[in-house]
Write a protein that binds this ligand. Structure first.
Ligand code: TRP
Length: 455
């Protein structure tokens, strides 16, 4: 693809690219995962570490993935294959692409189950379940959903069908167009929720919880969690952003586009936190409630607001949308790989990839009920009490994402020539030098230190 400069087409495709990247990055990670991890890891200190990781590691890393993709112009495995061949580097770097496909598969298997929770809450909003809720029953409502494998399975299946449907039908264009209005709508709704949170009387407490770092409360594992989440929320370390970069024309400014994506992603996460914690404190709920946090707090707020059922409905619809656009990007790498490696058509590959993901999702579905006490690695202290869902989350966010991320920045920082990189990044010399320091030193050293100290 190439665009004439100053034409309208160029602007709109640059927009489309940034939107697609925002669609992938803004998802359950921002609204579901970020608040509950903050609550589990003690608040402000976690948020500060997370912000540092986002800007010092995530941003330079996002730029690295995009420029690799733009140089290679193929799927992540072939891209790494081509670039290593051309630069006469070890073929082992191709493992970055392999780890990416595996990681995206593992993530989507549980991501879809959580997307299913959001679908279930749409239904609850429609039948106006929220208006009678109190502090206790909001927990029971969520508990009942988790306790029913059949219900979880149905919603997980529906979410997978929606994801497969888009990837098969190639209606991504339509979805992208929808995302153009729905993503801003989500932001507006979050701002409204923050407005509501301001009326609960605990807004200052909630804001202080998020923004006043108390370093006695953060553990080494919390720091690793912040790092892993920086990768998760920006869709890094899985070759996905690399694949997006492969469709990128040469005149798009990678640095500026990356900054837009990172800022939008961060703002959405912080808004979610500002909406949720005041409600938690005002109602005497538990900030460390874990993965159920937003599902056990926001319905209370909707129940108390005038017209709350409508806001509730809108919120969960938009949440599903954000999750959907991310899920599509998670299914894509596996589909692409099956399509290239097998005689299957695009449709066949998508169905096989989707079914395989759906099947692994059963492990997560059962983790919340029948297999709730099943800790496969329980014999190791570190994994005591962790269900299959916990392990999937741990292995992807705390191992695979940081390790493939580390490999990517090492490759870009130390195994590629300065001039080649310079030609990809049309930014000022100062900004380029800064980026290179981040990629060569800050990001790799940071990841290694966090990693070693948490083991
Ligand atoms: N970033 C998405 C979110 O925050 C999830 C996601 C989509 C993702 N694609 C990814 C995470 C690739 C890691 C890698 O919800």
């Amino acid at each position: 693809m190439s665009y004439k400069s100053h034409s309208h087409a160029q602007w709109s495709s640059r927009m489309a690219f940034v939107l697609a990247a925002v669609g992938s990055s803004v998802g359950l990670g921002n609204i579901w995962k970020f608040p509950y991890m903050t609550g589990e890891s003690g608040g402000g200190a976690f948020v500060l570490v997370y912000l540092i990781c986002i800007f010092l590691v995530g941003l330079p890393m996002l730029m690295s993935e995009w420029l690799l993709g733009r140089l290679g112009q193929k799927n992540p495995i072939s891209t790494m294959g081509d670039i290593t061949r051309r630069l006469k580097r070890s073929r082992a770097w191709v493992l970055i692409g392999v780890a990416g496909i595996l990681g995206a598969y593992l993530i989507l298997s549980f991501y879809s189950v959580i997307g299913g929770w959001a679908l279930a809450y749409i239904q609850m909003a429609v039948v106006d379940t929220f208006s009678e809720l109190n502090n206790d029953s909001v927990g029971t409502l969520f508990g009942n959903l988790l306790a029913s494998p059949v219900e979880l399975l149905l919603w997980h299946s529906l979410f997978m069908i929606m994801t497969i449907g888009v990837v098969v039908g190639g209606v991504a264009g339509g979805l992208e167009r929808a995302a153009k209005t729905l993503m801003p709508a989500l932001a507006v709704l979050l701002v409204l929720l923050v407005g509501y949170a301001a009326t609960t009387g605990a807004f200052a407490e909630g804001a202080a919880y998020l923004f006043t770092p108390d370093f006695s409360k953060i553990t080494r594992d919390g720091i690793l969690a912040a790092l892993g989440h920086a990768f998760f929320t920006l869709s890094l370390g899985m070759g996905i952003m690399m694949a997006y970069g492969s469709y990128l024309s040469d005149d798009v400014n990678i640095g500026r586009s990356a900054l837009i994506v990172v800022v939008m992603d961060t703002v959405i996460a912080l808004l979610a936190g500002l909406a949720i914690f005041p409600i938690v404190f005002a109602n005497g709920l538990d900030a460390a409630a874990g993965p159920g946090l937003i599902f056990q707090t926001l319905p209370l707020a909707f129940g108390n607001m005038a017209g709350g059922w409508l806001f509730g409905l809108l919120f969960f619809v938009l949440l599903v949308f954000a999750a959907w656009t991310s899920a599509i990007s998670l299914l894509e790498p596996l589909v692409e790989w099956i399509e290239e490696r097998s005689p299957l058509s695009r449709v066949g590959s998508t169905i096989v990839a989707g079914l395989a993901t759906w099947a692994l999702g059963l492990a997560t579905v059962l983790s919340f009920n029948v297999w709730g006490d099943f800790a496969p690695l329980g014999m190791f202290d570190k994994f005591a009490g962790m269900t299959l869902f916990d392990l999937l989350d741990y292995v992807t966010s705390k191992l695979l994402l940081p390790l493939t991320g580390l490999a990517t920045v090492l490759f870009v920082g130390w195994f590629m020539g300065r001039d080649e990189l310079r030609s990809q990044l049309n930014m000022s010399d100062g900004a380029f030098a800064l980026w290179r320091v981040a990629v060569r030193f800050i990001a790799p050293i940071g990841v290694v230190i966090v990693f070693i100290s948490s083991l």
